[in-house]
Every structure is written in C-alpha cells, then in structure tokens.
Ligand binder design. Structure first.
Ligand code: FAD
Length: 139
C-alpha cells in the first residue's frame, strides 16, 4: 500500500553545501533502490520532507532518518494513504532556499518566516503540489 509521510525537523548545527549534498546523494542512492520518491526542502535551518512509497518501507526509512544526528526536533506533520505518487520523477529532489523559491515559501508562511511546524495538513499538501509545478530544484 502506498503512503505519504511528511515531517519537519531542525538542523542540529549549521550545515554547509557539502553536508546538504551528502544528504541528497544518500537519499537519491537509497530511495531509488527502495522505490521511495519525494521532496526535501531546507529553509532557514528547517527541513521539510515528504516521502512516498510502500508503507513498510517508508516507515523503516523514517526511523533511519530519525536517528540521523544532523537534525533534531523531528515531528510527523502528515501521514496518509495515497492512490498514486506525486513525485514520480524524483527519488529525492531538494528545494533550496533560493531567491526564486522565496515567494512560494512566503505564500505558505503564517508569519514572516516559513514555519512548517505551524502549517495545517491542507496547506502542506497544497504546498507540495505547487512545489512540483513551479520551483527551482537543486539536483
Ligand atoms: P552513509 O550515507 O554512507 O552514512 C553512514 C552513516 O554515517 C549513517 O548512519 C549516517 O547517518 C552517518 N553520517 C553520514 N554523514 C554524516 C555526517 N555528516 N554527520 C553525521 N552522521 C553522518 N536517507 C535516505 O536514504 N533517504 C532519505 O530520503 C533521506 N532523507 C534525509 C533527510 C534529512 C533531513 C536528513 C538529515 C537525512 C536524510 N537521509 C536520508 C540520510 C539518512 O539519515 C541516513 O544518513 C542515510 O540513509 C544513510 O545512508 P547510507 O546507509 O547509505 O549511509
């Protein structure tokens, strides 16, 4: 059964481009093998990730990600059964905090900063739908 899991976390310490590249490389390598797709956003030290795939596989992967010392304060924001994937083309795409993406982050911000912890599930789903359509990705 396909599920979609969305969580947020905070960087445990300041991460440089090399750290982010490492995370993305491991994600793409492992997720392709596991049949997991999704997107990872990083904005002002907060990660927001959506994982899609088989229920057991996504659960196991989430527990692995949870143990990663590079982030903390991990909270599941949304977990649902899905009939189909959104991110068919991505084992894991990274949406960085670029100027070109700022408007999208701001559109879904309650305050002046993008804060996924305060977003409703409806907003989160709508955010990820838009992510697919009009953002600049880092590969
Ligand atoms: P390797 O990448 O070879 O790493 C071996 C071990 O070293 C792992 O335990 C790893 O956690 C640890 N490690 C590696 N680099 C560092 C470092 N710089 N600091 C501290 N510990 C380190 N992995 C996925 O497979 N799919 C995902 O979608 C995914 N999303 C992630 C999202 C976030 C926000 C973060 C922080 C990590 C994510 N990861 C993801 C990475 C995941 O937590 C594991 O690091 C990775 O799955 C382990 O891959 P590997 O077995 O190939 O080991």
């Amino acid at each position: 059964m396909l599920i979609q899991l969305t969580y947020a976390s905070r960087c445990a310490h300041a991460l440089g481009p090399a750290d982010v590249k490492d995370i993305l490389a491991a994600s793409q390598r492992n997720n392709a093998r596991l049949g997991v797709t999704g997107a990872l956003c990083l904005n002002h030290g907060i990660f927001l990730q959506q994982l899609e795939g088989d229920r057991m596989v996504v659960n196991a992967l989430y527990h692995q990600i949870l143990r990663d010392p590079r982030h903390r304060d991990t909270v599941i924001l949304d977990l649902s059964e899905i009939t189909h994937r959104q991110f068919t083309g991505w084992s894991m795409g990274l949406l960085p905090s670029l100027d070109t993406n700022r408007q999208l982050f701001l559109k879904y911000s309650v305050g002046s900063e993008f804060d996924p912890y305060s977003m409703s599930t409806v907003s989160l789903r709508s955010f990820f739908s838009e992510v697919l359509q009009n953002v600049r990705w880092l590969e």
